[in-house]
Design a protein around this ligand. Structure first.
Ligand code: ZN
Length: 277
């Protein structure tokens, strides 16, 4: 049962209501321990200015969302690779614990998911070369298979960890996974893959809930406790495996939480973050 200080606010949770400065102020006001900005919010506020504001607080930065999209142009163009370098740089500037990677789905017009996965692994290898130089850990976020076509062709912890092992066989911690309960809760191998990941590969832990029924594939995530995920059970497993970071709350909710007073959202997060996780 974590305290509010063990929670981190992913800015997507209040993205319709608050800019980054308001998110930071909100976290401080509510005693939430960390923040995870999305790059659009970061760019809007200015990277240097945001870094300065965050450093004036005690907030830890649990991640920067996001890099990846290696399949966007059908091959690893300079454009795709440079954009990922910029994301690594920005993560370093704000002192993020990791850069979260949503790796990309099928390339336009393609039916070859094997090719997509190879492209992703190659792309991650390039980004990792740069990330090693400036010491920013890369966190692959496996996404629920319903997104394999358009967002991420890495869909399980096993797949993500296989890529980590191929690119970083020593397990240095420079590449690992962002374990988001929304994407992985259904996986029969989840427990064994969490153990396999261990401390060095568990770089982020994202929480929200899976609503039954879910009315939108992207923007109908639930508040912790409102759905069917055993969030506490999964948290205990990642902690038993060595993860000691914050529980990052990431809720895309167009018809519910994005419509509410953001201070009410944070109050609810604190309440549920303690009771349901
Ligand atoms: Zn996530």
């Amino acid at each position: 049962m974590p305290s509010p200080a063990k929670l981190s606010l992913n800015t997507a949770t209040v993205r319709e209501q608050w800019n980054l400065k308001e998110c930071i102020d909100g976290c401080v006001r509510h005693g939430i321990g960390g923040i995870a900005p999305w790059r659009d919010k970061l760019h809007e506020a200015g990277v240097e200015e945001s870094a300065r504001i965050i450093k004036d607080t005690d907030l830890s930065v649990t991640g920067l969302c996001r890099g990846g999209w290696y399949t966007a142009e059908g091959s690893l163009t300079d454009n795709v690779l440079d954009e990922n370098k910029r994301a690594v740089d920005e993560a370093a500037q704000i002192g993020a614990a990791c850069l979260v990677m949503v790796v990309g789905g099928l390339s336009k017009g393609s039916r070859n998911i094997h090719a997509a996965r190879q492209l992703v692994e190659d792309g991650l290898g390039h980004t990792l070369d740069f990330a090693r130089q400036i010491k920013v850990p890369i966190a692959i976020e496996p996404l629920h298979p319903m997104y394999a076509g358009d967002r991420a062709c890495v869909n399980t912890m096993r797949q993500a960890l296989d890529i980590c092992d191929a690119l970083d066989p020593e397990g240095t911690g420079i590449i690992g996974v962002a374990c988001d309960v929304y994407h992985v809760w259904w996986d029969p191998e989840l427990s064994s893959q969490i153990k396999r990941a261990g401390k060095s590969r568990l770089l982020a832990f994202h929480v929200c809930d899976w609503l039954v029924p879910t009315n939108d594939l992207l923007v109908d995530r639930g508040m912790m406790g409102d759905g069917v995920i055993d969030i506490r059970g999964i948290r205990q497993e990642v902690e038993a495996a060595g993860f000691n970071g914050l529980n990052e709350v990431e809720i895309f909710s167009a018809k519910n939480w994005w419509q509410r007073d953001p201070d009410e959202v944070l109050e609810t997060i604190k309440d549920r973050g303690c009771k349901a996780t």
